[in-house]
Design a protein around this ligand. Sequence first.
Ligand SMILES: [Zn+2]
Ligand SMILES: [Zn+2]
Length: 144
Amino acid sequence: MTEQKIIKGSCLCRKIRYQITGARVLGLICHCNNCRKSSGSAFLASSYYVKSQVRILEGGEMIRVFEDERTASGNVLNRSFCSNCGSSLFLARSVNGIPGDAVFVSSGTMDLDGEEWVPTKEVWCKDRYSWLHPFHNTDTKSTM
Ligand SMILES: [Zn+2]
Ligand SMILES: [Zn+2]
């Protein structure tokens, strides 16, 4: 049996701690306006996992979820953040009211022990700031 990769992470105040087991599906950069607002930055960088891979170790009661209904795609996005420090942690998607199995974990909350987080896909590139160049070796989509 091969050893599963484990990544730990937390919000800024460290009250919420999580652990992810196994490989990600992809590393996503989203340039949409809502992800900019949610991250507070020029884009949102996150890794796509399935829900069963992500386990909350501490501070689950601190998590608040914002239901983002005004999305460019029309899908409802559940954006989870820390009620104490405001870190944006997870993003999950519901299509036609049905929660999906995907969870996108904000890259900046991961404790990667010196390893770099690397994107593999960029979406909503039509909204990418002009001073941002396409990243190397990413699959780019104009929308999603
Ligand atoms: Zn926090
Ligand atoms: Zn987005």
